[in-house]
Structure formats: C-alpha cells, structure tokens
Write a protein that binds this ligand. Structure first.
Ligand code: NAD
Length: 300
C-alpha cells in the first residue's frame, strides 16, 4: 500500500521508518530536506512538494508542529484538499487543536476526502519502538480502514470518539502531564532545600501516593542527570497547555489550574534557551527559587 508522510521531525522520522519496515511504499515530505535523507537511504521516495506527494498517494499522514501548519498543508492553495484524489484519507497524527480539526474534517468532505485525527503519546522513545499510544477521532468505518496502518506505529490504539476527539484528549493528557511534571519539579526543589537526598526521596515517592510518570521516568532519566534529551520541546508542551485553555474558553468550562500552568511554561519559554527540552522546566524553577539541584546520580 502506498502512503505519504509529511513532517519528518523528531517523531515523524521514526514513525515513517517503522512504516517502511512494515513494508509500506512510503513517500515523504518535509521542508527540511536533510531530515528525509536517512529515510531515502532506507527506500522512501522523497517528494519535492505537497502536490507531488498528494498525487501519488491515497492515504497521507501528517506529523506537524501545530494546527496553523496543518491548516496550510491541508487547505492551502497547493494543499492536500486540492490535490488528493477523491476517496483519499488524511490522518493527522500531530497534536492539533480540536476545533480546527473539526472544521478541516467538514471541509475535507467537500473534496470527497476523509480527515481522521490520531495524535500520539509515548515520545520519541515510543515512536522509535513502535509502541505509541494512539487516540483516534473518526467514524467507526474509517477507523477500521486505517487501523492496520496505525498498528505498525503503536500498541494502545483507541477510537475515542468522532472527529476531533483524539486531538481534544491528547491536549488534556498533556495538560495533566505538564501539571504533574511542574509539581514534581517544585517538590524536588523544596526537598533539596530541606537537605533531603533526592535519590532517596524519589525512591520513596515511587512507592507512595505521590508517584507519577514524572517521578518514575522524567526526573530520573532527564532531569536529575541533567541530560534534558527527552526529544519533546518545551514549546510543544506549552502549545498543548495553551490549547486546553482555549478549549476551556471555547466551551465555557473553567479549568483553573491550566492558566497557572500555562504561565509557568510561558515564563520558562521566555527566559530559557530557544529549542529547549520540556524537562528544562526545572531550570526556570531553579531560577525563581534560587535553589539548584545538586544530586545527579539516581539509584535505579
Ligand atoms: P518537530 O518540530 O521535531 O517536527 C516537525 C517537523 O515538521 C519538522 O521536521 C519540520 O521541518 C516539519 N515542518 C514544519 N512545517 C512544515 C511544512 N510547512 N511542510 C513540511 N514540513 C514541515 O516536532 P515533533 O517533536 O516531531 O512533533 C511533531 C508533532 O507531534 C507535534 O504536533 C507534537 O506536539 C507532537 N508530539 C510530539 C512528541 C515528542 O515527544 N516530540 C510526542 C507526542 C506528540
């Protein structure tokens, strides 16, 4: 089966490699030509434009930074809507904005196309291993058509609702993740100030009720050893929290903590290095508390 893949970034690079390994005939496109080279070496066809990719493929996956980019690539003058054959399916696996997705999905129908949202969780590690969690917003009949494709990218795949449901759930999931990471980092700084060994603290928290993905994985892997190489940028996490605040406004449902969490990550984005990893949130908290974490080795 021929598939097009647009957005060969930190995630898309591994997701498309898994599709090649699964035997799909893959055409890739990214504005960064260098990013496509490793895939070309593995047998992918490199397209020089969206138009070229769209004409060759009835199924196209997008893995792009945000809804503005997705809107341009789907609905722009030379975009997928205007160039794919009627009957085609677009799967947006980016973390996009639910209401933009719903609008695009309606527009897609006018061109005889189907837009499915299928954002992912599991990071670069999950993308590489093909173990992503995939949350799908689609009609049941369309979901069953694309399920075999998704199965070579992820393990936990759920149809969570109609168009946009996947994107809504993904934003909410990342809001929870951002909140727990923030709280866990703040806790580490406080414990450090109190002179408590952070290795011992983490070991104890991880068998107590304060445990989370942040305490089990992010703190010992990326933060305490100061590697900051999770592969998920702080800007992308800030985008996700911002989307939850926008959903809250658009639906008139108060999500009080989300505005605080957005401001914290906003502060970190403004004061930190460009392109910083989301785990570098700790540096912002170190700055505002004037407290530096010292312990670097973690007992596994
Ligand atoms: P990234 O910035 O590494 O990759 C995005 C890619 O899109 C880049 O290669 C960029 O060149 C390309 N691109 C941008 N504009 C383009 C255009 N107009 N035409 C063609 N290509 C274009 O981002 P990423 O970390 O791979 O994340 C991609 C998406 O997945 C985002 O929506 C993100 O929120 C989501 N996500 C990321 C992670 C993670 O751990 N990195 C985890 C889950 C979900």
């Amino acid at each position: 089966m021929k598939i097009g893949f647009i957005g060969i970034g930190k995630m898309g690079r591994w997701m498309s490699e898994n599709m090649l390994d699964a035997g799909y005939c893959l055409t890739v496109y990214d504005t960064n030509v260098e990013a496509m080279k490793p895939l070309q070496e593995k047998g992918a066809i490199v397209a020089t434009s969206i138009l070229e990719l769209a004409k060759q493929n009835d199924i196209v996956i997008t893995m792009l930074p945000n809804s503005s980019v997705v809107e341009a690539i789907l609905a722009g003058t030379d975009g997928l809507f205007h160039s794919m054959k009627s009957g085609g399916i677009i799967i947006d696996m980016s973390s996009s904005y639910v209401f933009s997705t719903r609008k695009l999905a309606e527009e897609a129908k006018n061109f005889g196309l189907t837009l499915i949202d299928a954002p992912v969780s599991g990071g670069v590690k999950g993308a590489k291993a093909g173990t992503l969690t995939i949350m799908v917003g689609a009609e049941e009949k369309d979901y069953s058509k694309v399920l075999p494709i998704l199965e070579c990218l992820g393990k936990a795949i759920n149809l969570v609702g109609q168009s946009g449901a996947g994107h809504a759930l993904k934003a909410v999931n990342n809001y929870l993740s951002a909140t727990s990471l923030y709280a866990s980092c703040e806790a580490m700084i406080l414990l450090n100030k109190l002179g408590i060994d952070l290795n011992v603290a983490l070991e104890t928290i991880n068998t107590s009720s304060g445990q989370s993905f942040s305490t089990h994985y992010k703190l010992p892997t990326f933060i305490l050893p100061e590697t900051y190489n999770s592969g998920f940028s702080l800007d992308l996490l800030l985008k996700d929290v911002g989307m939850v605040n926008n959903i809250a406004k658009d639906t008139k449902v108060p999500v009080l903590l989300a505005s605080l969490i957005e401001q914290v990550y906003e502060g970190a984005a403004r004061t930190g290095e460009p392109e910083q990893d989301h785990t570098e949130i700790i540096k912002f908290l170190e700055k505002i508390s004037n407290e530096r974490l010292h312990k670097k080795e973690v007992v596994s």
